[in-house]
Design a protein around this ligand. Structure first.
Ligand SMILES: *Cc1c(COP(=O)(O)O)cnc(C)c1O
Length: 421
């Protein structure tokens, strides 16, 4: 009998039956057949500690005994208060205010509304459009779809339904590019800002790593240059660190590579170690203080039912403690070393006729092929070798849990390379 569960991004005629997961431990999950699979994607990039981490599980149980949920409207509680303080401590200096919500998409919606209202309250209501980048992905809700890549993104069918925003070309200079290469990308950004800054509230970007839009990587100098341009044109800079946050690029946040503080920053995926859905939108004093005023329009009109959920906040606090106490940045550097030697520095893979590019940043690696057809069947191929890979489009990638042992990391890269043998 077919299940009433409607799966995401699934073509109903061609989707294979979804395997049933019954549990997991460390970097692996287990199916009801007894089969275990090494998860090369850590469940859409969020299960950074792997499955069934004892400290995270204990934190949820302990919090469940005390308080599972209470509204944040007019009330507060210790887990939300402590988590907000911790996020202010670990994020780039100046991000002093935290607005909680329940998912990455909603966290981005909050960021965009905040930017629009910020300009409105400062007497610039005409600054109500966003500037986004090609290859961007910021979520699946309507507001977010409108700032995803309108051509190669997955939402082109909805074009007529969405508001229109501005787009600049995706950055092309790689992570270690020299200033000249980055200058070209920044000039493209400047062109759009010069023409449209009067109606632009914020520049949105996934700093250093445009993830779901094709794992496009760029240079920290691009972030520095974007910061300067935003200041010049009175545009807020929003970093969507939903995917890059919590170590994925090799630093705690992608912003740390450049020493840049955005005006607004959004965190989700790794925030709770993936154990519960939650998000945080952080803002600087400058943004926050614009909302201090006497008119009714000064209140920020947003409030998800589950914002600041105590279970989510408590497990996020535990996740951050484990990350720091167990020196995860070192673990990530170890994974990066394997990804570099096994993929980036493999001449046969680089020269393979179907491979267009190989990129590595932190605990992220992608093999980009010329034609999506070249990846058809790779998930089944990997599963037969005990690895869960889920390529999309032209991109075969891994974003493993940070606790993945080196031998398992090599297992994943081995399967990725074997596909091209
Ligand atoms: C996943 C993702 C989102 C959306 O998060 P959801 O929790 O799926 O709503 C937004 N931005 C980026 C960069 C993401 O990777």
């Amino acid at each position: 009998m077919t299940s009433p569960v409607w799966h995401p991004y699934a073509h109903l005629l061609t989707q294979p039956a979804a395997p049933r997961v019954v549990g997991g431990e460390g970097p692996r999950f287990t199916l009801d057949s007894g089969e275990t699979l090494l998860d090369a994607t850590c469940s859409w990039w969020c299960m950074i500690h792997g499955y069934a981490h004892p400290r995270l599980v204990a934190a949820i149980k302990e919090q469940a005994d005390t308080l599972c949920h209470v509204m944040l409207g007019g009330l507060t509680h210790e887990p939300a208060d402590r988590l907000a303080r911790e996020l202010v401590r670990v994020t780039p200096p100046g991000l002093n205010h935290v607005f909680f919500s329940d998912s990455g998409s909603v966290g981005m919606e909050v960021a965009m509304k905040m930017a629009v209202q910020y300009h409105h309250l400062r007497g610039r209501p005409e600054k109500h459009r966003m500037l986004s980048l090609m290859k961007a992905y910021h979520g699946d809700t309507s507001g977010c779809m409108a700032v995803c890549d309108p051509e190669e993104g997955m939402h082109s069918l909805f074009a007529g339904y969405l508001p229109s925003h501005h787009f600049a070309p995706a950055p092309t200079a790689p992570y270690d590019a020299d200033a000249d290469a980055v200058a070209h990308d920044l000039a493209a950004l400047r062109t759009v800002l010069e023409r449209h800054h009067h109606e632009i509230a914020a520049l949105l970007m996934e700093p250093l790593l445009q993830a779901a839009g094709g794992l496009n990587m760029t240079s920290p100098s691009y972030l520095t240059g974007a910061r300067e341009l935003c200041d010049e044109f009175d545009v807020l800079l929003v970093f969507d660190e939903v995917a890059t946050g919590f170590g994925r690029t090799g630093r705690l946040f992608a912003a740390d590579h450049a020493g840049v503080t955005p005006d607004i920053m959004v965190l989700s995926k790794g925030l709770t170690g993936g154990y519960l859905g939650h998000a945080a939108t952080l803002a600087t004093d400058r943004v926050h203080d614009a909302f201090i005023g006497e008119t009714p329009r000064h209140a920020f009109m947003h409030g998800p039912t589950f914002m600041g959920n105590p279970l989510a906040c408590r497990v996020a606090l535990e996740s951050l403690s484990v990350f720091e106490e167990e020196n995860y940045l070192e673990k990530i550097a170890g994974l990066n070393q394997v990804l570099r030697t096994e993929l980036l520095e493999d001449p046969a893979l680089r020269r393979h006729p179907r491979v267009r590019d190989v990129r590595v940043l932190g605990a992220t690696a992608v093999i980009e092929v010329d034609d999506a057809a070249g990846l058809e069947g790779v998930a089944a191929f990997a599963r037969a070798r005990g690895v869960w890979l889920r390529p999309f489009g032209r991109w075969l990638y891994t974003m493993p849990a940070y606790i993945t042992p080196e031998v398992d990391m090599r297992n994943i890269t081995g399967v990725m390379k074997d596909w091209f043998r």
